[in-house]
Design a protein. Structure first.
Length: 295
């Protein structure tokens, strides 16, 4: 059997990497975008809704390039995933709060905006790069981002994307074996970022935002990608946060990570230990996730 190499949750054989490498030197596919598109078509690499997984391919191929497996052509634009600015100065486009509310009543109604335009995307990216301690890192594959606005201005930004390939506490809680996990993992999404602007110090605001966003997440995902997830996961760094907001929003704490990170291949314990929290989007999530047949 041909050896395999794992990138972004997919195993690539030596023959497939050879095919990708050939596309990198083919005049018919001169750009990274065209290479990703052609490779997805050749490998039948598609999302659940049938769309080509071009963004995932671009991320995977960049990592292959860095690992010396293929040689990508130079990027056509400076604004590539490989050169995204992780930390930036505060965002001038964002309407920052014009007051310092201290209670939910002063915050008023929360308006949840799904990021769907280039302008909103730029605002979200720079807001996270400016104020989130992890900074901005592009998400690969299926994803949704939200900006949350109140009467006083924008107060929060969130994102949801691919779940961890393996997570022992989560997998044990669900009751997954390896084969079932591989076939049903797309039905779990990860809460990759959750930011409340540092100017806002309001008790219970975080749990209220989580509740409002998760109520609409399943439907938004269905519209965007043609299927509905049944579970959300997140990882809370134990030395930095207590996870109070997630518990207040009825998320379930199921254990702790081993500090390896979802892309770890060497089993080297190099990352902070995190609490693992889950939030069901469907009451029968365990049954759905433990069944290999389609919904």
């Amino acid at each position: 059997m041909s050896p395999t190499h794992r990138y972004v949750g997919r195993d690539f054989t030596d023959e497939e990497i050879e095919l990708i490498g050939a596309l990198c030197t083919n005049s018919a596919t001169p750009t990274r975008e065209s290479i990703a598109r052609a490779a997805c078509e050749a490998l039948s690499w598609r999302a659940q809704n049938g769309a080509l997984k071009i963004m995932s391919a671009k991320v995977a191929f960049l990592r292959m390039h860095r690992d010396g497996l293929i040689t990508l052509p130079p990027p056509r634009s400076e604004n590539t995933n490989g050169r995204a600015v992780r930390y930036q100065s505060p965002n001038a486009q964002l309407r920052l709060p014009d007051m310092s509310p201290s209670t939910l009543s002063q915050i008023g109604d929360l308006r949840i905006h799904l990021v769907q335009t280039k302008k909103a995307s730029a605002i979200w990216n720079q807001t996270i790069a400016s104020y989130h301690y992890l900074g901005y890192v592009p998400l690969a594959g299926a994803q949704l981002r939200y900006l949350v606005e109140a009467d006083c201005g924008f107060v929060s930004a969130l994102s949801f994307g691919a779940s961890a390939w393996k997570c022992a506490p989560r997998d044990t809680h669900i009751g997954w074996d390896d084969k079932t996990r591989r076939s049903r993992l797309h039905l779990v999404v990860g809460n990759a970022r959750f930011l409340i602007l540092p100017y806002i110090q309001v008790p219970n605001l975080a749990s209220k935002i989580l509740a409002k966003v998760t109520r609409r997440l399943r439907d938004d995902w269905q519209v965007a990608y043609g299927y509905a997830p049944v579970l959300v996961e997140t990882f809370v760094e134990t030395g930095r946060f207590a996870g109070t907001s997630y518990r207040a929003a009825n998320w379930i704490q199921v254990g702790k990570t081993q500090g390896r990170g979802k892309l770890d291949r060497t089993h080297a314990k190099a990352l902070p230990v995190k609490d693992v929290y889950l939030y069901p989007l469907h009451r029968a999530y365990k049954t759905i996730l433990s069944t290999q047949t389609s919904m």
